[in-house]
Ligand binder design. Structure first.
Ligand SMILES: *[C@@H]1O[C@H](CO)[C@@H](O)[C@H](O)[C@H]1NC(C)=O
Ligand SMILES: *[C@@H]1O[C@H](CO)[C@@H](O)[C@H](O)[C@H]1NC(C)=O
Ligand SMILES: *[C@@H]1O[C@H](CO)[C@@H](O)[C@H](O)[C@H]1NC(C)=O
Ligand SMILES: *[C@@H]1O[C@H](CO)[C@@H](O)[C@H](O)[C@H]1NC(C)=O
Ligand SMILES: *[C@@H]1O[C@H](CO)[C@@H](O)[C@H](O)[C@H]1NC(C)=O
Ligand SMILES: *[C@@H]1O[C@H](CO)[C@@H](O)[C@H](O)[C@H]1NC(C)=O
Length: 930
């Protein structure tokens, strides 16, 4: 807008105003410092001094300090002339390693736009892009997959952009070698965004550039910084798609955005132009899906930027479609104000990437559009390694100057690219992976031991053997470490007490053999015993001599026994090998068990498998530690697979396995402690206490549900084999939970002499199983029937009355005599629901039918028991959640939906847009964001 002043005198005022205006502009520009935080990297540029890009007026740095490895190259002399800018003339290639990462500085939690460009320029003289073979490599943003770079049959530059939230104080971008061409990169550009921008981008969702277009008549193929202060790339539609009768519009008036609307911040100069078409036409199609990029199953998020820039206040209304899905109906652009239409964060399946604006019936003019973006979804599901662990392991890497090809990018994530020699714990799926073991054996380490190792709070196993480490062992404050292997180094300093004590207490497996220090001290850690691969810590436990001799005698007897029995050789290796299985629960050492059980003081039970002790974990949780009998250790090959299965079984009526211990010294399972004891104790109880009828039925139902879960929901189904009242435990709320399930399988199949102990207890034995040895879930149903009878009667399964009698027979006799009420536990004092009694007794007797086929399944049992109980309140607690609003923008939109009937029939053919081939664009195309 031009101000006109009528008098001469006011010319001076104009000058003044103009000056003032310039000043204000300068201050504004200065105040914003639009390029603050820009990181501009020219990959492969070897001169250590930065240079100023003459067109952009931005400083570009060499990539040396942001990356390790890789080779710098210039593109071929023939390609130099065609290079779009200085950055495209050099590149860095990564012939070695499957993942190579750049690490860029960032602010944790801040939103960034990151762009990478790729110009092959035949740098290696191999003509890889045009020789007909596949040329494809991958990009990761941090630890998540971002995009593939497809240079097959493409000799132009390519760019990729991602909008993402920095997960830490640095942001990494990695090139992934798929084995189809050496990855390379020409430039990397990092632009901090306003955190209000692209509001659907958060720490778990990033977006990858698919297309960003400005409409109208523009002179430049590409619009970027400084016009866009965030340096986004806007392609000019007029260049790429100029084959139809588009009508460009432009205005010199201001186009504003609503105050506070910072979501996209499209540059005003871009909004001042638009494209529409002749009034004969009724729809406008944006077809960006042509090209090799779309073979993928992308999820797209389109953003349409509209502003009415025709000042005659026209009637212009249209429907907005993504392929055939209506996104917004009867939209009308606001005069000189931008509306950025998107369905807040909803990604669409639109395999052909076609978008259409259809004029509605009451509209006088055809649609218009000013700018358009479409992004694809990048899921950020994989978490980066715990940041402390990352820092410490990087300190180690730096300290020892380790140049390992895989020690690049995030140490643990994604799993398939984790650093060689590290073992990470991924078991907590919503938490960052942690480093639990570091193996730098035979890695040529020199100098002293760096403290960073011990700062890794989850580190359990550190192997630094066979290096040239010198000096003393620092006085580490170790927490989690269980194995410290320093053997075969040059360590000669003293062993600090903190470490020595832990080692002698059996909490740390310390190995020092082959160090000069061993000539000075005579610690067990210096003796080269055959515990090379032992992963657990069981040395130097001071055991009373009596116990030792007892064990020796036991051991000899046991070996003799087994020699005669099965000819087992004396290979103990199986107890010492690191388990290849992945078990998510805690592995205890013998020393830890000793600690938590207060030296195995309090026995809370004895059973077929061993003795159960009360224990208390470090966090105060009470546990039951079931130490399996010495003889059972022989069967332990099946033990770990069984533990693995059990660790995955979770049900409110099954006791939770917290951990296990397996090594030469112990075989134990650690369960949640059940404070109310077992059902047998409770039924027998003192005369002063008795469970009510309702409590009894609830416990029966609990047990039935637990069994139903084992039978029906586990694959393969788990047969308990030893269902009995001592194996039904009660938590503090008298909820019944089943224990000892699953064990029998591991302990019985191979060794039948134990199965007589474990596969059932006298009185609970399924007669059919006894006869046929065909084990089915119905075996448990039988035992459950006995349990149910015990619950009703308060009697043992077998008792003297006065002759020995089996409980089901006793009940049947009583019923035959006509009075069912005689079977009921006297302690109930007739306080029971007589109406349910008959049914429950019927159910119990049904369960103990001699023929398995006549017995109900546990599912039937559960449903029959439920009939007699008011529905269990805990089952009613359903997860409550507010339904997500899917279309937040739609609430602002008129709901009216008008189907357009086209005015012009031949419109469609003339409006098919998109470029037809790479050749058609080449004269204008410096880049393609394909
Ligand atoms: C590096 O660049 C500077 C400035 O552009 C130039 O003076 C210098 O000669 C260059 N050094 C090398 C080794 O190319
Ligand atoms: C690259 O290979 C293709 C196919 O073999 C050939 O047509 C083209 O001329 C080659 N280009 C160069 C620069 O060697
Ligand atoms: C996350 O990691 C897993 C396993 O390493 C990998 O299969 C998956 O593709 C990764 N996800 C993403 C989004 O990169
Ligand atoms: C890469 O591009 C080529 C040539 O355009 C195409 O044939 C191929 O399907 C593309 N590959 C992928 C994975 O996109
Ligand atoms: C340790 O250093 C010595 C001499 O410096 C060298 O001969 C030896 O090979 C090194 N040992 C290891 C394991 O690197
Ligand atoms: C848009 O209009 C065209 C022509 O008027 C019509 O053929 C087409 O069905 C409309 N599109 C949709 C998705 O309704």
């Amino acid at each position: 807008m031009v101000l006109r002043f009528s008098s001469l005198a006011s010319i001076e005022l104009t000058w003044l105003l103009a000056l003032l205006f310039i000043l204000v502009t300068m201050i504004q520009v200065h105040g914003q410092i639009p390029t603050a935080g820009f990181v501009n990297i020219d990959c492969g540029w070897t001169n250590s001094s930065a240079y100023n890009d003459s067109t952009l007026q931005l400083q570009y740095l060499s990539d040396g300090e942001f990356v390790e490895g890789g080779l710098s190259h210039d593109i071929s002399a023939e390609s130099m002339a065609g290079a779009g800018n200085e950055q495209q003339k050099t590149l860095r290639s990564f012939p070695n390693g499957s993942r190579n990462c750049y690490t860029l500085p960032s602010i944790n939690g801040k939103k960034y736009l990151l762009r990478a460009t790729f110009t092959y320029g035949n740098y290696d003289g191999l003509n890889r892009t045009m020789d007909g073979s596949t040329f494809l490599f991958g990009l990761h943003i941090g630890v998540n997959f971002w995009e593939t770079v497809n240079l097959t049959n493409w000799d132009q530059a390519v760019w990729k952009e991602v909008v993402t939230v920095a997960p830490a104080s640095n942001l990494s971008v990695c090139l992934i070698n798929f084995g189809t061409g050496t990855p390379f990169v020409s430039s990397l550009e990092l632009r901090p965004l306003d955190d209000l921008m692209y509001p659907f981008v958060n720490s778990s969702v990033s977006i990858s550039y698919f297309k960003r277009i400005r409409f109208g008549n523009t002179a430049e193929f590409l619009t970027r910084y400084p016009l866009d202060q965030y340096d986004r790339f806007w392609e000019a539609w007029s260049f790429s798609y100029n084959t139809y009768p588009w009508i460009p519009l432009n205005t010199s008036s201001r186009v504003r955005s609503l105050p506070g609307d910072k979501a996209f911040q499209v540059p005003e100069d871009i909004l001042k132009q638009a494209s529409t078409m002749d009034t004969n036409y009724s729809f406008l199609e944006i077809n960006v899906g042509v090209g090799p990029n779309l073979a993928k199953n992308l999820q797209l998020l389109p953003i349409f930027h509209f502003a009415e820039i025709n000042s005659s206040n026209p009637s212009r209304r249209f429907d907005i479609y993504s392929n055939n899905e209506l996104l917004f109906s009867d939209f009308s652009p606001s005069p000189f104000q931008v509306d950025s239409m998107h369905q807040s964060g909803r990604f669409l399946h639109n395999p052909i990437a076609k978008f259409r604006l259809n004029k509605t019936r009451r509209s006088r003019l055809p649609p218009l559009i000013n700018a358009f973006e479409v992004h694809s979804l990048v899921r950020m599901d994989n978490l980066t390694t715990d940041s402390d662990d990352v820092n410490y392991v990087k300190e180690v890497k730096k300290h020892y100057n380790l140049a390992r090809i895989t020690w690049n990018g995030d140490p643990c994530s994604p799993r398939e690219y984790s650093w060689e020699g590290l073992t990470c714990d991924y078991s907590k799926s919503n938490q960052s992976p942690r480093i639990v073991a570091v193996n730098l054996s035979t890695s040529g380490l020199k100098g002293g031991l760096v403290i960073s190792f011990m700062n890794m709070a989850s580190l359990e196993n550190l192997d630094l053997s066979h290096n040239n480490l010198t000096g003393a062992i620092p006085d580490y404050q170790i927490k989690s470490l269980k194995v410290l292997d320093l053997s075969y180094n040059q360590l000669d300093g003293p062993i600090p007490d903190s470490i020595l004590q832990r080692s002698q207490a059996g909490l740390l497996d310390l190995r020092l053999e082959g160090n000069p220090i061993c000539s000075k001290v005579k610690d067990t850690s210096c003796s080269n015993t055959k515990k090379k691969t032992t992963s657990t810590v069981l040395i130097a436990v001071i055991v009373p001599v009596v116990l030792v001799s007892f064990l020796v005698v036991m051991g000899i007897l046991w070996k003799l026994y087994w020699k005669g029995k099965s000819g087992d050789d004396e290979d103990y290796a199986m107890y010492e090998e690191e388990t290849p299985l992945h078990i998510d629960i805690r592995r205890f050492t013998y020393a830890e068990l000793k600690l938590i059980t207060n030296n195995f003081q309090s026995i809370i039970g004895k059973g077929g498998f061993g003795i159960v002790y009360h224990g208390m974990l470090e966090n105060g949780d009470e546990v039951a530690v079931k130490v399996l009998m010495e003889t059972s250790i022989a069967e332990s090959t099946d033990f770990l697979p069984e533990v693995q299965t059990l660790s995955k079984v979770h049900h409110k009526n099954l006791v939770t396995l917290q951990g296990y211990c397996q090594n030469k010294k112990c075989l134990a399972l650690v369960y949640d402690f059940m404070p109310r004891g077992n059902l047998q104790q409770l039924l027998k109880g003192g005369d002063d206490y008795s469970l009510t009828w309702e409590q009894r039925l609830y416990i029966a139902l609990d047990a039935a549900q637990g069994l139903e879960y084992l039978h029906e929901s586990c694959t393969p189904s788990i047969v308990h084999r030893d269902v009995k009242t001592p194996n039904i435990l009660l938590d503090k709320n008298l909820v019944g939970v089943i224990s000892d399930f699953g064990l029998s399988r591991a302990f019985n199949d191979a060794h039948t002499h134990i199965s007589t102990v474990a596969a059932g207890t006298l009185g609970y034995l399924d007669p059919e199983y006894h006869a046929t040895f065909q084990l089915t879930v119905k075996t448990d149903v039988y035992s459950f029937g006995i349990v149910l009878l015990e619950i009703i009667t308060g009697q043992s399964p077998v008792f003297n009355d006065p002759q020995t009698v089996h409980l089901p027979n006793w009940v049947r006799q009583k019923i035959a005599k006509g009075n069912i009420h005689d079977v009921v536990d006297r302690r109930l004092l007739d306080q029971y629901d007589a109406s349910s009694l008959q049914s429950v007794v019927d159910l119990a007797l049904n369960c103990v039918e001699n023929a398995a086929i006549d017995r109900p399944t546990m599912t039937e049992v559960v449903s029959r028991l439920k009939v007699w109980l008011p529905s269990v309140s805990s089952d009613k607690q359903s997860t409550s959640g507010t339904p997500r609003r899917r279309y937040s923008m739609n609430t602002d939109m008129p709901k009216q939906f008008q189907l357009m009937i086209s005015g012009v029939s031949d419109a469609e053919s003339s409006f098919q847009s998109g470029y037809t081939s790479g050749n058609g664009m080449s004269q204008a195309t410096l880049f393609s964001g394909r």
